[in-house]
Design a protein around this ligand. Structure first.
Ligand code: GDP
Ligand code: MG
Length: 151
């Protein structure tokens, strides 16, 4: 049984600032399962594809430059309502509006340096996972599953 999955990416600023462990730890401790992960540099055309929906925005060029400015950590996380709950863990797009306790609220200031990406819907998660992990993802479940999930 595959549960709901989301695509989470630690952006170049998060990698440079040593926040990889912190981000992974938050998703892990919550009770979600890491199903795929890689640290990679992406091409401009790949970043443009990932953010295609935003191509008409004035900040699009700067956003693409930001994403290709260093390696990112691409991940797939799985669990009950992981898409919407993952967005809550990530926090509001503008870090100054993000609540303390969220990743962006705790670790970022500017919207153009907001540390992390999280899929905004189950459908977009499916598309993003297919784009970033064409090779497929791991199949496993923690032995602690019954201690986290009632059923
Ligand atoms: P997200 O889903 O919360 O990441 O937000 P969006 O999908 O709306 O935007 C994608 C990313 O584009 C954000 O995470 C920001 O890094 C960047 N972004 C969004 N809005 C702005 C903006 O007004 N200015 C700048 N510089 N970047 C923005
Ligand atoms: Mg988005």
């Amino acid at each position: 049984m595959a549960g709901e999955q989301t695509f989470i990416m630690i952006k170049p600023d998060g990698v440079q600032r040593g926040l990889i462990g912190e981000v992974i730890s938050r998703f892990e401790k919550k009770g979600f399962y890491l199903k795929a992960m890689k640290l990679i540099n992406v091409e401009k055309s790949f970043a443009e594809k990932h953010y295609a929906d935003l191509s008409s925005k004035p900040f699009f060029g700067g956003l693409v430059e930001y994403i290709v400015s260093g390696p990112v950590v691409a991940m797939v996380w799985e669990g009950k309502q992981v898409v919407s709950t993952g967005r809550k863990l990530v926090g509001a797009t503008n870090p100054l509006a993000a609540e303390p306790g969220t990743i962006r609220g705790d670790f970022a200031v500017d919207i153009g340096r907001n540390v992390i990406h999280g899929s905004d819907s189950v459908e977009n998660a499916r598309k993003e996972i297919a784009l970033w992990f064409p090779e497929g993802i791991a199949e496993w479940r923690s032995n602690q599953h019954p201690w986290i999930y009632e059923a």
